[in-house]
Design a protein around this ligand. Structure first.
Ligand code: HSE
Length: 428
């Protein structure tokens, strides 16, 4: 008789119940593939009596989730509570210290404490795995740590917050402003309890910081990420960008440059013909570029019961099989401390502005761009009835510093009405 792998699950929300359902639905399949049975022995959640749509009566109950980490009959703690600190952190630390493996979906915890927790897991000879923390059901951690292990990774990009992608694509399809669609998303239950985690780009930034660490062998460095949410993206920009052949996405980009590690989670334009530009609704997409494999595109559900529980179970099954992979794909002590690149790699930029419709106004803007070393690729002036002319400019490659300088010069021209909009066009 083979020894079962005994799980203690902390958190019985959407994902936790999804895990319970998989373990209950597929005992033979899991035992066959894992080489031993996978069993749930104990659970912990905020309410014992709540109807969750799955029978948990056979499992031991702990009011305090950290007690799961102290039980002799638990081999593997599944942490699905969430949050950067507090009980989730205490549970993971206690579990590892007590010689238990840990599987978590907690991107906030790992993006802030991942370096220390990975080192702790390795010092105890245990696994700390987090497939479900990044892009829900897409097995992107496995792709990077295993399938692409022979590649030097050149760039990782992704749309990794389904709520933001829902909002942006719904704004376009329904021609509705941000505030209206934000409220819709709230009513549909798409937003995190703190909506700024979604629309401020923080949740997606957490995910990107974890992918960066694996891709480039660097310590997790969320704090150096350039972060901008989608709150300032207007329906006008979405429509005008489309007119020029682009879609606007909350796009994460990580790449190692000669100036250090570049990590950005910002609204960007991408060509509408690229899979990233075609991504609709709450779906996630991760694009990885390796020196041997070239560009690969992974697409799938970034959240939800089944997809996220599927990712949790992928990690559980590795542990059942006795497969140990360092948390970030290489020993934590070998992760490099890369400096953060302050200026982003050059790229074309989208500039939208409204000018006073008077002789020489456009020439002043063109001069300001030229004086900043920026060359114009395409320009469009839209028809207008009043004294204000809407102008769109797509530049040739420029750095974020060049663009900042040009925006400063624009202010001095005296021909601008309101604030100009500048968004990077990611070359994908
Ligand atoms: N709120 C996230 C999203 C899912 O909308 O993608 C959890 O990270």
């Amino acid at each position: 008789m083979t020894t079962p792998l005994r799980l203690g699950i902390a958190g019985l929300g959407t994902v936790g119940i999804g895990v319970v359902k998989i373990v209950q639905a597929h005992p033979e399949l899991l035992a066959r593939r894992g080489g031993r049975p996978v069993e749930i022995v104990a659970v912990s959640a905020s309410s014992r009596t709540k109807n969750r749509g799955a029978d948990i009566s056979a499992y031991a109950w702990e009011d305090d989730p950290v007690q799961l980490a102290r039980r002799d009959d638990v081999d593997l703690v599944v942490e699905l509570i969430g949050g950067e600190n507090g009980v989730a952190k205490a549970l993971v630390e206690t579990a590892l210290k007590n010689g238990k493996d840990v599987v978590t979906a907690n991107k906030a915890l790992l993006s802030h404490h991942g370096n220390a927790l990975a080192a702790l897991a390795e010092s105890k000879g245990r696994s700390l795995r987090f497939e479900a923390a990044v892009a829900g059901g897409i097995p992107v951690i496995k792709a990077l740590t295993e399938g692409l292990a022979g590649n030097a990774i050149k760039r990782v990009m992704g749309v990794m917050n389904g709520t933001c992608n829902y909002i942006l694509t719904r704004m376009e399809s329904a021609r509705l402003p941000y505030d209206v669609v934000f409220e819709e998303a709230r009513k549909l239950g798409y937003l995190e309890a703190d909506p700024n985690l979604d629309v401020g780009g923080i949740d997606a930034g957490h995910k990107l910081s974890l992918l960066s660490a694996i891709a480039f062998g660097t310590r997790v460095d969320f704090d150096s990420m350039v972060l901008q949410g989608i709150g300032s993206v207007s329906i006008d920009d979405i429509q005008l960008a489309r007119d020029m052949g682009f879609s606007i996405k909350l796009l994460g980009v990580a790449q190692m440059t000669g100036r250090g590690l570049e990590q950005r989670m910002t609204p960007c334009l991408v060509p509408e013909t690229h899979p990233l530009g075609q991504l609709q609704g709450g779906t996630n997409m991760v694009v990885i570029e390796g020196d041997s494999v070239g560009q690969i595109v992974l697409r799938g559900a970034g959240a939800g019961e089944g997809p996220t529980a599927s990712a949790v179970m992928g990690d559980v099954m590795d542990i059942a099989r006795g497969i140990t992979i360092p948390t970030f794909g290489q020993p934590a002590e070998t992760l490099a401390q890369a400096p953060a690149a302050v200026v982003s790699t050059g790229a074309p930029w989208y500039l939208r502005m409204t000018l006073l419709d008077k002789p020489g106004a456009l020439a002043k803007i063109a001069t300001a761009l030229g004086d900043s070393g920026i060359s114009i690729d395409r320009m469009r002036q839209y028809s207008h009835d009043d004294a204000h002319a809407p102008v769109l400019i797509v530049t040739h490659k420029a750095t974020s510093d060049d663009i900042a300088m040009a925006l400063e010069r624009f202010e001095g021209t005296g021909v601008l009405v309101g604030e100009p909009v500048a968004m990077r066009i990611e070359e994908v």
